[in-house]
Write a protein that binds this ligand. Structure first.
Ligand SMILES: [Fe+2]
Length: 382
């Protein structure tokens, strides 16, 4: 197996098993002498994290870690992280983990030198220009899951702990300077996380591919990303130590997140509020929504998914693709509806209101309204 590469798009990516050993070099190239590794509570004591701290320590870079990060990180986690960063006199952040560790780590580097509150930088219009660009600390990203793709993204999702709304914070300089994609870091992922995160990558590709905006580069990436998931997610799920499958899933994750510059859609618009209100796993929630959203978007995406199905080796065009998605969910033990995921019917109006405000709405191929979001929710509940 020779799945190793140095890529410069969309940022510097050092890809390959074992390349976590190059973290000290990455720190040097990013100008960090005293980095703060930011990860989540669940990862803090696992060997994958402790081994990484040992690599830093051996290179004279210390072993500072902040891990008070919830599965859906909030502005409270962020304030604590910024305080730790300042108290330690750090000069950069190593964002380490799955979506929560990566997103919060990126925000600690972003907010370390800002004076305005985090919500002033929500991804609305040109709010990002309010930030003091020169005060943003350098970021190295090291994913330990294969799904979010946050390692190649210019935004983070932070949950408002008061309103329970997931907000997207965007700035071009939040894109990490260096990414180390080491698939060996993902071999210990449990099956549930392998499935959920892998299907998040798949949802990024499907929604980017469905988006009506003109971005042929993203379209190509989304299509090949779907192919990698189709071929390698079942293998990574069946055998977590299958390093080739883990590597291709790590690529698919980075590709999905790069592709969704073209747009996301109803899956994410609905998944964000459901995750914020019911604390469900993001990728798993996406997977539950996907069949209903594909059915809803059918009039707008039927033809392009006929072509995608042919490329993916799926018989039956768009309809065959929908059957494939349902079968994939079933084979990965994804709950068959929102109820099985733990979502009640008591706050449907709130979910719709929150979904309508989600920036992901803008990439859906059919305009989303309170009425049709309600119908999709209803379908996903059954
Ligand atoms: Fe996602």
């Amino acid at each position: 197996m020779n799945l190793v590469g140095n890529w410069s798009y969309p940022t510097t990516i050092k890809f390959g098993a074992g390349r976590i050993a190059e973290l000290p070099d990455a720190c040097a190239s990013a100008g960090m002498k005293n980095p703060l590794l930011v990860t989540d509570k669940g990862l803090a004591n696992l060997p994958v994290t402790q081994d990484t701290l040992a690599i830093l320590d051996a290179a004279g870079l210390g072993r500072s870690m902040f891990s008070d990060v919830d599965p859906n990180p909030s502005e409270i986690n962020l304030a604590a992280g910024v305080a730790a960063y300042k108290a330690g006199g750090h000069d950069g952040v190593i964002a380490f983990g799955g979506g929560s560790g990566l997103d919060l780590g990126k925000m600690v580097a972003f907010m370390a030198g800002q004076t305005r509150p985090i919500w002033d930088f929500e991804d609305i219009g040109d709010y990002w220009t309010r930030a003091d660009t020169a005060a943003i600390a350098p970021i190295i990203a090291v994913p330990t899951t294969a799904g979010t793709g946050s390692e190649v993204g210019r935004a983070s999702v932070i949950t408002d702990s008061v309103s329970h709304v997931k907000k997207i914070i965007f700035h071009p300089k939040v894109l990490p300077t260096v990414v180390i994609c080491d698939p060996a870091l993902t071999v210990g992922m449990p099956k549930f996380i392998t499935a959920g995160t892998g299907l998040d990558a798949f949802a990024h590709c499907v929604e980017a591919f469905s988006s009506p905006h003109y971005h042929p580069m993203s379209q190509g990436m989304a299509l090949e990303g779907m192919r990698l998931v189709k071929e390698y997610l079942p293998r990574a799920y069946a055998d977590g130590a299958d390093l080739e499958a883990r590597a291709h899933m790590m690529s698919a994750a980075a590709m999905g997140a790069t592709a969704f510059q073209k747009g996301l859609g109803a899956i994410h618009a609905l998944s964000h509020p459901v995750g914020a209100v019911y604390n469900t796993h993001h990728g798993t929630t996406n997977a539950v929504f996907m069949p209903a959203v594909l059915k809803f978007n059918a009039p707008a995406i039927h033809d392009r998914f006929d072509a995608a199905a042919a490329y993916l080796g799926i018989d039956g065009g768009f309809d065959g693709f929908c059957t494939y998605v349902q079968d994939l969910n079933n084979s990965l033990m994804i709950p068959s509806n929102l109820g099985a995921l733990g979502v009640g019917t008591d706050r449907l109006d709130d979910l719709v209101t929150m979904a309508l405000k989600d920036p992901s709405c803008g990439g859906n191929p059919i305009e989303l309204t309170a009425q049709n979001l309600c119908e999709i929710l209803d379908d996903a509940l059954r």
